[in-house]
Design a protein around this ligand. Structure first.
Ligand code: PMP
Length: 422
C-alpha cells in the first residue's frame, strides 16, 4: 500500500473504517497481554535451575583461596567470582567489586555516595548548587528515575545508530555542573544500539570541567547476543590510554543470565576509584553473598560456560524478536507511520512513530488489553518531546501471545496515524 499521506481522502476513510473494525475485533477478544517490561520468560529462568543444585548441604563451601564462603568478609568478592565477572565485562579481576544481585542498586549507591560524601575528595553533590546529568535518549527509564530522584537536572542527548551525539557531549562537559552520563553501550535499552569504536574513544577522551564527572557505563547486555557475538572496545582500557583512568564506572550483572531476583552484580573501575568506593562500602557491609558467587562460578565454570548458556537464552527469545519484526515489516513498511529497530541483542525493540502519536497508541493498546511501557518512559521526566517513541519488550510472554500483541500494535499504529491525518 501507498504511504498514508499519499492516499486520497476517500481511501484514507475506507482504510480507517477497516482498521476500526479490526480493532473492535481485538476489543471483543478481552485480551490480557503484556509487552511492558524487559523480564525473562519462565522458560528462560528454567535454564538456570541447575545452578540451585551445584551447592547443597554436602558441598565444600571453601573458595579457591581458602575463604569459607559461609562466613563474613571478602568485601570485594571471591577471587573466582571476580574472574568470571571480569571475563564477562571485559575487565581485569583486580579491577572488580562483586556486589549483591542488582547492578541498578550499585548505580544508585554510587550516585548516593557521590551525593553524600563526594567523589574522591571532591565536594559532595548535596553541597554543590546544581548537578546536571547527560541522558542519551531514548534511554532506560530506571536510570532517569535515579537521577530525577536525586534532583539532578537531566539533559537529553540524542542517540543515533553509533551512540550518543558526541559533539553535544563534548560541549556539555565543559560545564562544571555536569557530573555524569548514563551509557548502555551494547544493545542499548531501548534502541538496541551498539556504540561505535569512535564514540567509545571520544567518550574516553573527554576532558570534563568537573573533576567528579564520571561515565556510568551500564553494560547490562554485554553477552546478550541474539545472533553473532559483537564486541566493543573496553572503555576502561580506552580511558587509561587517554590518560583518564578514573573517568568511568562499569556495571554489569547476571540478572538476565541466571535469575534477575538472585544473580550477582559487579562494578569494574580503576584502582583509585575502587579504593574510594571500598573506603565507603566497608561501612555498609562486611561482604556480599559469597555462596551465590560460588554457585554462579561452579555452575558456569568459566566464561565459555556462560557464553554457551547465553546461546540457549538467544534460542528462546530470538523467535519472539523476529516475530515482532516480521509483523511490523509486513504491516507497516512504506506507510509512513514509523520506524523500528532490529536489534542484534539485548531485550528491546524501539518503535518511533510519527510526532504526537505515542501516547495515543499506548492508550489504545491498553484499552485493547495490551500493556506497553508508558509513552514517554524512555525520556527523562517521562517527557518525550516528540511523543513518538515506544519501547517494545518481547521477552516475557509466550510466542503466540507476542504475535497477537504485535498484530494489535500494528493495527493501532495504523489507526492512530491515519486518524491524525484525517
Ligand atoms: N541496566 C539496564 C540497561 C537494564 O535494562 C536493566 C534491566 N532492565 C538493568 C540495568 C537492571 O539490572 P539489574 O537487574 O542488575 O539491577
Amino acid at each position: 500500500m501507498k504511504a498514508y499521506k499519499d492516499l486520497s481522502k476517500e481511501k484514507r476513510q475506507e482504510e480507517l473504517s477497516r482498521l476500526k473494525a479490526q480493532y473492535q475485533k481485538y476489543l471483543d477478544m478481552n485480551l490480557s497481554l503484556n509487552m511492558a517490561r524487559g523480564k525473562p520468560g519462565s522458560d528462560q529462568l528454567d535454564l538456570s535451575r541447575g545452578m540451585l543444585d551445584v551447592i547443597n548441604a554436602e558441598s565444600d563451601l571453601t573458595a579457591s583461596d581458602g575463604t569459607d564462603a559461609r562466613n563474613y568478609g571478602c568485601l570485594d568478592g571471591l577471587m573466582e567470582a571476580k574472574k568470571l565477572m571480569a571475563d564477562m565485562m571485559d575487565s581485569k579481576p583486580e579491577d572488580m567489586i562483586i556486589y549483591g544481585n542488582s547492578s541498578l542498586n550499585i548505580m544508585y549507591d554510587q550516585i548516593s555516595r557521590s551525593y553524600s560524601f563526594g567523589v574522591m575528595g571532591e565536594m559532595p553533590f548535596c553541597k554543590q548548587d546544581k548537578i546536571k546529568w547527560l541522558c542519551p535518549v531514548p534511554g532506560y527509564d530506571r536510570h532517569f528515575g535515579i537521577t530525577e530522584f536525586f534532583g539532578f537536572e537531566m539533559i537529553n542527548i540524542p542517540m543515533d545508530d553509533h551512540g550518543p551525539n558526541m559533539d553535544m557531549v563534548e560541549e556539555y562537559v565543559k560545564d562544571p555542573t555536569v557530573k555524569g552520563i548514563w551509557c548502555v553501550p551494547k544493545y542499548s535499552n531501548p534502541g538496541g544500539v551498539v556504540y561505535s569504536d569512535e564514540v567509545i574513544q571520544r567518550l574516553a577522551a573527554l576532558e570534563p570541567a568537573a573533576k567528579d564527572f564520571r561515565i556510568y557505563w551500564d553494560n547490562a547486555y554485554c553477552v546478550h547476543h541474539l545472533y553473532e557475538e559483537i564486541n566493543i572496545p573496553d572503555i576502561l582500557e580506552e580511558c587509561k590510554k587517554a590518560g583518564h583512568p578514573n573517568l568511568v564506572y562499569k556495571f554489569g550483572s547476571t540478572s538476565k543470565i541466571t535469575f534477575p531476583g538472585a544473580g550477582i552484580a559487579a562494578l569494574a573501575t580503576s584502582q583509585d576509584n575502587k579504593k574510594d568506593i571500598l573506603n565507603q562500602m566497608k561501612h555498609q557491609t562486611i561482604g556480599h553473598d559469597k555462596l551465590n558467587q560460588l554457585r554462579h562460578v561452579r555452575y558456569f565454570k568459566d566464561i565459555n560456560g556462560l557464553k554457551e548458556h547465553m546461546k540457549k537464552h538467544a534460542d528462546i527469545i530470538r523467535p519472539k524478536f523476529e516475530a515482532v519484526e516480521e509483523i511490523l515489516d509486513r504491516e507497516l513498511t512504506g506507510l509512513g507511520v514509523g520506524s523500528w529497530s532490529k536489534p542484534r541483542g539485548g531485550y528491546f525493540i524501539s518503535f518511533t512513530g510519527n510526532k504526537n502519536t505515542a501516547k495515543a497508541i499506548v492508550g489504545k493498546m491498553k484499552e485493547a488489553g495490551v500493556v506497553m511501557t508508558g509513552a514517554g518512559a524512555t525520556y527523562p521526566y517521562g517527557k518525550d518531546p516528540d511523543d513518538a517513541n515506544i519501547r517494545i519488550a518481547p521477552t516475557l510472554p509466550p510466542l503466540d501471545e507476542i504475535k497477537l500483541a504485535a498484530e494489535v500494535f500494528a493495527t493501532v499504529v495504523k489507526m492512530v496515524s491515519l486518524e491524525q491525518l484525517i
